[in-house]
Design a protein around this ligand. Structure first.
Ligand code: ACO
Length: 328
């Protein structure tokens, strides 16, 4: 029995921080940020944590579908900014929405997290053991950013999005047509963000102190994306036995408008078929792809039950990258 995407949703904090707002405490300008990244503004949490954002998105998904949280069999949350090491953000979402029958876990693949989580969920659905699964991508990047570092602080925003996978009543094709996932831990230093550890009394003293804020080799990631992401897009299209023209939309992780333009040029898929919201959200990490997917569905540019094929592609810390083709 095939499974499909039956509902989507997203949530962003209400506070909008413009580029101009950032110039009040950073040596930057609206012109630099906009020209180099395509970002004009982003939503920033004033107290909500990742599980709050993910829960708000989950409630919208369930409301739109008109089902109760008790019907959900599993919740997977992709995040690199969990509320805590334990419990998982997914368990906190379970408690906040009342999904008392679900099993829950988090997945961390940084900005590729939603693609990796959707792949995991799809394999659970394919097993036939579960009827309904919630897949969420959520990050509160504002709590790991170094707000004194203009080279990273201007890039990120907070937000969450997700979708509901459900088995249909009749035989049909699965909504996941192909996937192509990768990691390269050797290049882990390209993007790091740490939690503060307790220093145990037996800890070997080290001269250098670990840093806790997000640190990123922006130029290095830019080059890695240009080399790796076009290839995963080409490969996943081949794996699905499709042609580029069969893809209605590419929803790529929203990290930088120049990156999206460069990917589009290299894979020879017109930029007009690359969905975009980076101007108003910034880089929301694992939230980026599902927020944009839901906005495209809300605006009517993508329709559920249309059989349209949409390519999702993520990339980020780890390093991690990968693509999935969904049919709606
Ligand atoms: N305002 C003004 N000037 C700035 C700012 C700023 N906010 N930030 C940096 N600059 C300056 C730099 O100091 C540098 O000045 P210099 O020439 O005097 O040394 C100059 O601007 C150019 O800096 P670059 O870092 O070379 O700028 P670049 O054009 O590479 O843009 C950026 C930087 C936006 C980070 C880009 O490299 C990028 O988008 N990289 C990819 C990031 C990415 O995709 N991350 C995804 C992973 S996120 C995840 O996994 C959670």
């Amino acid at each position: 029995m095939g499974f499909k995407i039956t509902s989507t949703g997203h949530y962003v904090p209400s506070l909008v921080v413009t580029n101009e707002d950032l110039t009040e405490f950073l040596d930057t300008s609206d012109e630099w940020i906009h020209k180099r990244t395509g970002i004009s503004e982003r939503h920033i949490s004033t107290g909500e944590n990742t599980s709050d954002l993910a829960s708000a998105a989950a409630k919208k998904i369930l409301e739109k579908r008109g089902i109760s949280a008790s019907e959900i069999d599993f919740i997977i949350v992709a995040t690199m900014t969990p509320d805590a090491s334990s419990p998982s953000t997914a368990c906190l979402v379970q408690s906040k929405i009342g999904a008392d029958q679900a099993f829950c876990m988090d997945i961390n693949a940084a900005c590729s997290g939603f693609v990796f989580a959707l792949s995991t969920a799809a394999h659970y659905m394919k097993s036939g053991l579960y009827q309904k699964g919630l897949v969420l991508g959520a990050d509160t990047m504002s709590k790991v950013i170094n707000w004194e570092d203009r080279s990273t602080a201007v890039l990120f925003g907070d937000g969450a999005g997700g979708l509901l996978l459900e088995h249909g009543d009749e035989d049909g094709e699965d909504c996941i047509l192909a996937e192509d996932l990768h990691s390269d831990g050797v290049r882990y230093l390209a993007l790091t963000a740490n939690q503060k550890d307790v220093q145990n009394p037996f800890h070997a003293k080290e001269e250098s102190q670990p840093t806790y804020h997000l640190e990123m080799d922006g130029r290095g990631i830019f080059d890695f994306v240009i080399r790796s992401v076009p290839k995963t897009i080409e490969d996943v299209i081949k794996k699905a036995n499709l042609e580029k023209n069969d893809i209605s939309w590419v929803i790529a992780h929203q990290a930088n408008i120049r990156l999206l333009e460069a990917i589009s040029k290299k894979v020879k898929i017109p930029f007009s078929r690359f969905a975009r919201n980076i101007a108003t959200t910034g880089n929301t990490s694992a939230g980026s792809i599902p927020i944009l997917l839901d906005q495209m569905i809300e605006s009517g540019e993508i329709k559920l039950d249309s059989k349209e094929k949409v390519l999702l592609t993520g990339f980020g810390g780890g390093l991690t990258w990968g693509s999935i083709i969904i049919t709606l």
